[in-house]
Design a protein around this ligand. Structure first.
Ligand code: ATP
Length: 762
């Protein structure tokens, strides 16, 4: 016995607080019509969480509150409390709460609001329902059979019947769970769809960002690679340029110095040449040559003169000889003294004058004059016959003298000439040696100039190399700048990268610069190619993209995680639903079998024969019948159709009668059949208590007895509260409560004796 107490206050006709204690297996509630007995049954429904006001004969919650009467004002609140025992059996309690007694209380206010409490603590309807369901007190109230309701199980559709039976079998708690799981499943699937739609929404953007990120990654990798190639290139280029610049600069030093030197040498050589050219040796030589030529000329004139004179002399000598010979033959005639004296004086005078003058010509003329004078003297002496001898002799003397003079003069000139010649020779020799020296100087100049050309050529070659190197340096600089602007300052720290050889040892400068230049050019080409590729990737400011990508990706990952979680939940829920469905089916099938057997037993007991059975049927419901509006059934409707698939049909066979089926039963027979089924249901999964409101109303005396027997049997498993007018039934009750209503319209409860009860009932 679990039902302990019911307290009604302000509920329907129970304006004042009234209590019913249930200390016996069977409690009967008796009273005249309209006194409020059924209100008690409804108070049970109410407190157990009934949500259908209609099933409590009201339209609104307000209708459940005492509405007042002529003498008593109405209540504002109706409350009902039920006290249930909660003993522990083998450590488990009927109600999963650690209390020996459970008090469930429900109240309704005029505004229609409901309040629920368990053991004084406010709670939700759901908690109450769950608590009661755990003890097989379902909300369909299969254990509360209202007045005239017994027949309901017979008139219900197979599907409704099935539900009643499921409730009676205590499957409601599983169905609750199943429905809850299905609701959760639906919600979860909706969530998945929602999350998937969110993912789909973000997917294109994420893909775009992924592509961006891939590009960025490729760009970064390329940048890293580029940095490497750059480092190699720059390092080598720098070393190459520095090395060769040093080399060429050094190589240039010697030729430049030499050029300087040559310049000085050239100036010197030129100066030397100029000095020589300025010298007047040549002039002297020319003057000397002139003098010599003059002397030669004079000498030659003298020789000619001498020749001429000698001719004259020879002629004269021949004449003289002839005349001499002639004279010798004649006598020698003396010359007067005076005349000789005169000639002598003339000669003296002339000679003296000529000599004084010193002029050769004067002297020469004087000589001629003297010779002539002498000749005249001689001629003069010959008074007799002038043979001309003396003149000739005189002339000869003169000529000889003249010749002598000229010869002497010529000799002098010769000497002079020789002297000049010697002088000339000397000078010539000197000039010749000077010429030789000049030539040497010129040759030197040529040599210097030749060397200068060579040196210039060398310097030019070096300068060309240096110019090329300078161009390389400019290119290197711009390349370095570009590297820094492309890859950041670290790209400029190429010297940190030590060039390693194949064996991983640092490469020395010599090895570095001795490398084939084409390799470096190839590197440059590689750089260009990489730069183009980098530009083609065209990734702008990375940080924003990366940040956004991370955000979007994180969100997407979160969504994926959500979906995974939700999918997990779906799987779990589906498994749970399957399990529950299987459990339900199993329990339902076995429950139906058991109920069926009990039903048959009770039926035979009631009718003294015949038989009854429960049949599981699957009625085929035509779509058109379902869709009254003629529209195509929706998926939901199809589901509903599927759920309604299995139902319970009742087949009965009365003893000694040929007819079968419920339709053929009389009112009393129907009542008996329904009671048999209700009892069968209670028997298989006995509820804690069963309330039967005038279920026995239609029974005749014989059947009332049988009903009474069944009640007694039923009471062994469930506590019974029987609202009845039936004497037989009253007789089975341990405690009887009377409900009375005086003129004030308020129901009152009182404990009565059997006889009183019989009286009251009437
Ligand atoms: P019967 O034996 O004829 O079935 P009963 O004893 O079961 O009668 P009930 O149907 O329980 O009687 O009681 C009905 C009475 O309760 C009526 O008189 C009705 O006026 C009264 N009643 C119902 N609701 C209210 C209410 N909200 N306020 C006051 N009285 C109410």
């Amino acid at each position: 016995m679990y039902l302990k107490e019911l307290t009604i206050n302000g509920f329907k006709s129970f304006a004042r607080k009234g209590e019913l204690e249930f200390n016996t297996p069977i409690t009967a509630i008796v009273g005249p019509n309209g006194s409020g007995k059924s209100n008690v049954a409804e108070a049970f429904r109410f407190v157990l969480g009934e949500q259908s006001i209609k099933s409590m004969r009201g339209k609104r919650g307000e209708d459940l509150i005492f509405n007042g009467s002529a003498s008593i004002s109405r209540s504002n609140r109706a409350s009902v409390a039920i006290k249930l025992l909660n003993p522990a059996k083998n450590g488990t309690r009927v109600f999963p709460l650690d209390f020996d007694e459970i008090v469930v209380e429900r109240a309704v206010n005029r505004d229609g609001t409901n309040e629920y409490a368990i053991n004084g603590s406010k709670t939700r309807l759901k908690d109450v329902q769950e608590l009661l369901a755990s003890a097989n007190i379902g909300p369909t109230g299969h254990h509360i059979i209202s007045q005239g309701e017994a027949d309901r199980i017979l008139s219900a559709s197979p599907k409704e019947r099935r539900e009643m039976i499921e409730d009676a079998l205590g499957l409601k708690v599983f169905q609750f769970k199943k429905a809850e799981s299905e609701r959760k499943l639906k919600k979860t699937r909706e969530n998945i769809a929602q999350v998937e739609s969110l993912r789909r929404e973000v997917a294109p953007h994420l893909k775009f960002l992924e592509r961006q990120i891939k590009k960025i990654e490729r760009s970064l990798a390329l940048q890293e690679e580029l940095k490497g190639v750059y480092a190699e290139y720059l390092k080598r280029e720098d070393t190459y340029i520095a090395f060769h610049h040093d080399r060429f600069t050094k190589e240039r030093e010697a030729p430049v110095a030499r050029r300087e030197e040559l310049g000085t040498l050239l100036t010197e050589a030129k100066n030397k040449l100029k000095t020589r050219e300025k010298d007047d040796t040549r002039d002297g030589l020319v003057a000397l040559e002139k003098k010599m030529s003059e002397a030669r000329h004079k000498r030659q004139e003298s020789v000619r003169l001498v020749g001429q004179l000698e001719g004259q002399i020879l002629f004269l000598k021949r004449q003289i000889t002839e005349k001499q010979k002639k004279r010798d033959a004649e006598e020698d005639t003396p010359i007067p003294r005076i005349e000789v004296k005169k000639v002598a004086e003339f000669i003296e005078h002339t000679a003296s004058q000529a000599l004084t003058s010193g002029d050769v010509k004067v002297i020469s003329r004087a000589v001629s004059d003297i010779v002539r004078a002498v000749k005249v003297l001689l001629t003069h002496t010959f008074k007799g016959e002038d043979d001309g001898l003396p003149g000739l002799e005189s002339e000869l003397t003169t000529l000889e003298k003249e010749r002598e003079h000229i010869e002497k003069e010529a000799e002098h000139i010769h000497t002079e000439e020789e002297k000049l010649s010697r002088e000339y020779d000397d000078i010539k020799k000197a000039v010749e040696s000077e010429h030789a020296e000049s030539w040497e100087a010129e040759r030197e100049i040529f040599a210097i100039m030749n060397e200068q050309r060579e040196v210039e050529k060398t310097i030019d070659t070096i300068d060309r190399e240096l110019t090329m190197l300078e161009r390389d340096r400019q290119e290197f600089k711009s390349e370095l700048q570009e590297a820094v602007s492309l890859l950041g300052r670290s790209a400029g720290m190429y010297f940190e990268h030590i060039v390693l050889d194949g064996e991983g040892k640092p490469v020395v400068v010599d090895t570095l610069v001795s490398e084939d230049r084409t390799l470096q050019r190839n590197r440059k080409h590689e750089l260009e190619r990489m730069k183009i590729r980098l530009e083609e990737l065209g990734v702008g400011s990375n940080e924003d993209v990366v940040k956004e990508y991370n955000e979007v990706r994180e969100r997407d990952e979160f969504l994926v995680h959500e979906i995974t979680d939700l999918t997990d939940s779906v799987a779990k829920l589906e498994a749970l639903i399957t399990e529950l469905t299987n459990d339900l089916n199993e329990q339902f099938v076995s429950g139906i079998e058991k109920i069926g057997t009990e039903f048959n037993n009770f039926f035979i007991l009631m009718f003294g024969g015949g038989g009854a059975e429960l049949l599981r049927v699957k009625p085929k419901v035509a779509k058109k019948e379902v869709d009254e509006d003629g529209s195509e059934p929706s998926a939901l409707e199809e589901d509903a159709e599927e759920e309604s698939e299995e139902g319970i049909e009742i087949d009965v066979k009365l003893p000694n009668k040929k007819v079968r089926g419920l339709d053929m039963l009389s009112g009393g027979e129907r009542a008996l059949t329904s009671i048999a089924l209700i009892f069968a249901m209670s028997q298989v999964n006995p509820p804690l208590f069963v309330i039967l409101d005038e279920t026995d109303a239609a029974l005749d005396e014989a059947n009332s007895r049988r009903y009474g027997d069944m009640i007694s049997a039923l009471a062994e498993k469930s506590q019974l509260i029987l609202i009845t007018h039936n004497r037989e039934t009253m007789g089975r009750a341990g405690v009887l409560y009377g409900v009375t209503m005086a003129g004030d319209g308020v129901s009152k409860l009182l404990s009565v004796k059997f006889d009183e009860a019989v009286a009251v009932a009437k």
